[in-house]
Ligand binder design. Sequence first.
Ligand code: 13P
Length: 271
Amino acid sequence: MNLKDKLKKVQRNKKAILATNFYNLETLKAVLQAAKNTNSPLILQLTQSSIEYMGLELALSMGRSGLKYYGVEGWIHLDHGGSVELVEKCLRAGFDSVMFDGSELPLEQNIAQTKKVVEMAKATNTNVEAELGYVAKLGQSTEKMEYTRPEDAAYFAKETGVDALAVAIGTAHGFYKESPKLDFERLDAIAKAIDVPLVLHGGSGVPDEAVKKAVSLGICKVNVATEIKNMFMKNLQQLLVNNSEIDLRKVFPTAISAVTRLIEGKLKLVQ
Ligand code: 13P
């Protein structure tokens, strides 16, 4: 099933699909094993930096063969595409889904560029995600909060014809200093104003109950990245203290299993 139809289906059932970023073979294996263990669908996300690190074709084919090898229903998604050019490259390469992130542009420019991407994606029936409002990116201030306004969401959805919309309701990318307070009333109002599946960015560090509530109110895709990197690297760092093992195949599996356990827990939350 293509991702557009799958998102509509989970939306009808008031469920969500987890979207996990991967950075190398090890984190890819970890998230796929979790999806396999819990019999869950999974969106595999690549950011521009991960694409630059692994190479576009290699990253895409790793994701594809990983899904096949583990027997997981899944899709490859461009996370935070910052330019129409990058989105176009990913569409040409055969991604199942692309995000054009114009959230830092003025509303009309965000609409114009998103519309362009929606047009480009029509030929391949590829899922297009956009973002409206300010969800602080890594290193950006979380003080400046610009939540998505339901009336803007309605206007944006109508003008662009986008398939999925990331909304700003109190989350931010990376870890939080204090537990985030999500604006559920706003989320409810947005979900009532548009029938486009909604996306929660900044899933790392959001309490389980808040994730569940957000899903019950209309979030259909939950993004998690930072917790994966953190779990993998912290484990590796610990394993390497006073350890001179040079066979990386003996070191990585413990860190992979830790990420698998983390993602199994997240997958159970959204189903
Ligand atoms: P976190 O890194 O906070 O989990 O956010 C992930 C995300 O939203 C990717 O787009």
